[in-house]
Design a protein around this ligand. Structure first.
Ligand code: NIG
Ligand code: FE
Length: 390
């Protein structure tokens, strides 16, 4: 197995506090990194670097761990730009827009859905994302949910069954009948293709009891738990996620004090999705309150055609810093280690020895530029995470 030595790293973010400056980011200046067999095997000062079979001088650029986008909805067809334009003219966002995408997704061929997924995954990668989670949730029939997840499984191991996204129109008069479908035949057809189950616990989607029923059924099938909650208003979703030991509860836009305490006392990651607040012109979540209480926080894009049609983790980092009072270091940590923890993955989201060599070379001397230069394409090169053999 040949080894590769990266030199010329002006600033290396390891996310491993045992390296570098003693901060959580584990920053090393004038650094080098050796990878072998797809793993990081050594990091340190360039003067101490061991020899390797090949070398790559990154030319005085910063190197950061690949971003871990732990929340996206890439199995969809159709376009909702008119809904976005109407929203910017004053129409509020509602969960009801999901039905538009459900109709387009049901009508799309497998090839069309796979191509759409591949296009968005490539966008993510070109912006530094080396691991992404993605969900069903725009099929909402047994066959459409199952085929969406089978397609997703070809692209990522982080697949989530979201049959509990909204109640489709054919069940509008029997929402509990739909919950029975989700927890019965739909779960049976989808579980083989999924690592996670998710539910949208929100007014207009599923209430606390329905959400609990869906999550418990998924858990009994061996799926890990994720929850969409407290996006459009306060509600029981965050506490439910913590009670059930969910890996993540996502959105967290409207939080009561009890929600923050529950998160701080749990192993549940609060995933913040600032692309949603940006694209729905909503108030941003209170990241400071979560961080100051000691909660684990992740940042993700929530890339979807309705509430957040961005695949850009750098945009989310910039929004988190500018609009949510996170420091550039906190935002980068949340976009890497935070996402990894929410996916219960220890080998990604950092560049300490033993990590998968998912490496992003920035067109910048410092990671701070991710927030300092919003909207500028700052990813020079992406190594690892599927496309490039080491
Ligand atoms: O995460 N909140 C629920 N689901 C998506 C939005 C889906 C849509 O509007 O199509 C979200 O924001
Ligand atoms: Fe979402």
């Amino acid at each position: 197995m040949s080894s590769l030595l990266l030199t010329g790293i002006a600033q290396l973010v390891t996310n491993d506090p045992s390296h570098g400056d003693g901060s959580e980011l584990g920053v090393l200046d004038d650094a080098a990194l050796v990878m072998q067999g797809g793993r990081v095997v050594w990091v340190g000062g360039v003067a101490q670097a061991p020899s390797a079979d090949a070398a790559y001088d990154v030319g005085g650029r910063a190197v950061v761990p690949g971003f871990v986008d732990s929340h996206s909805h890439l199995l969809f067809a159709g376009d909702r730009s008119a809904e976005f334009a109407a929203r910017m003219a004053g129409t509020p966002y509602s969960a009801g827009g999901i039905a538009t995408t459900v109709a387009a997704t049901r009508a799309a061929s497998d090839e069309n859905l796979a191509a759409n997924l591949a296009r968005h995954a490539a966008e993510m990668r070109s912006q530094g994302t080396t691991t992404f989670e993605t969900k069903s949730g725009y099929g909402l029939s047994v066959a459409d949910e199952a085929r969406c997840l089978a397609i997703a499984r070809q692209a990522t191991e982080e697949t989530t069954f979201l049959g509990g996204h909204v109640v489709p129109s054919e069940y509008a008069h029997d929402p509990n009948g739909y919950v029975e479908l989700v927890t019965g035949p739909m779960l049976a057809a989808c579980a083989p293709h999924a690592k996670w189950i998710d539910v949208f616990c929100e007014r207009g989607a599923f209430d606390e009891d329905q959400s609990r029923t869906i999550l418990e059924a998924g858990k009994a099938e061996g799926l890990g738990l994720r929850v969409h909650a407290n996006q459009l208003g306060p509600g029981p979703g965050v506490r439910l996620a913590c009670d059930l030991g969910a890996a993540a509860v996502d959105h967290c836009t409207y939080l009561a004090g009890g929600d923050v305490d529950a998160l701080a006392d749990s192993g549940t990651t609060a995933t913040l999705l600032p692309g949603v607040e940006f694209s729905t012109r909503s108030p941003y979540p209170d990241a400071r309150r979560l961080l100051d209480a000691g909660c684990e926080v992740a940042l993700a894009t929530d890339c979807n055609p309705g509430s957040s049609y961005t695949s850009s983790m750098p945009l989310c980092i910039a929004l988190a810093v500018r609009e949510m009072s996170m420091t550039p270091a906190e935002a980068l940590l949340a976009a890497t280690r935070g996402g990894a923890r929410s996916l219960r993955r220890e080998e990604i989201g950092h560049l300490g020895p033993g990590a998968l060599a998912h490496v992003v070379v920035l067109e910048a001397p410092s990671y701070v530029h991710l927030a300092y230069r919003p909207g500028v394409p700052l990813v020079h090169r992406v190594l690892g995470g599927g496309a490039e053999p080491v």
